[in-house]
Design a protein around this ligand. Structure first.
Ligand SMILES: [Fe+2]
Ligand SMILES: [Fe+2]
Length: 161
């Protein structure tokens, strides 16, 4: 488990374009090939996150906008997480259980923020920014990228034999 995580960090640092985003006032995000996890459906889902980040950056943020973003996330996550977990299972990914735990944590964090929005808590705007940022930087670019890295290594090992 530890070895794969180290490898992913090495990969992450070795590819300059795979850089984390900074949610600043003028930063807009565009999709790059380097962001691909190697499965078209998952990439399409990840592009939704980018769109939501860009929506979050470009619109005047209020609780209605945040509600919209969180509703969209809520709609897409269950299916996306299930399909990713099936994929990781199929390729024999050794960190599946850990990744599943992350998905559960993200879903429960999303539920928490959605409840805060419903309660009219304006801190939710900040929470949503942090959540989206973390989702992109830590989950998609590191944790999701890890199953792609594993799959490539496995394929390479099979080709070498
Ligand atoms: Fe994902
Ligand atoms: Fe994931």
């Amino acid at each position: 488990m530890f070895r794969v995580q180290v490898d992913v960090l090495v990969l992450y640092n070795a590819i300059p374009d795979l850089s984390p985003i900074n949610l600043g006032p003028e930063s807009g995000m565009e999709w790059k090939d380097e962001y691909s996890v190697g499965v078209a459906k998952f990439d399409a889902d990840h592009m939704i996150i980018l769109d939501l980040i860009n929506t979050h950056l470009s619109t005047e943020i209020n609780l209605d906008t945040v509600q919209f973003i969180l509703d969209q996330l809520n709609e897409y996550t269950t299916e996306h997480f299930d399909l990713e977990e099936e994929h990781m299972d199929r390729i024999g990914y050794p960190n599946l259980a850990d990744h599943q735990r992350k998905h559960i944590e993200m879903k429960s964090h999303l539920d928490f923020i959605r409840n805060q929005v419903t309660a009219g808590n304006t801190d939710t705007i900040e929470l949503t920014t942090t959540f989206l940022n973390d989702w992109w930087d830590n989950h998609i670019l590191i944790e999701d990228m890890a199953y792609k890295h594993f799959e490539l290594e496995t394929l390479n090992a099979e080709t070498d034999n």
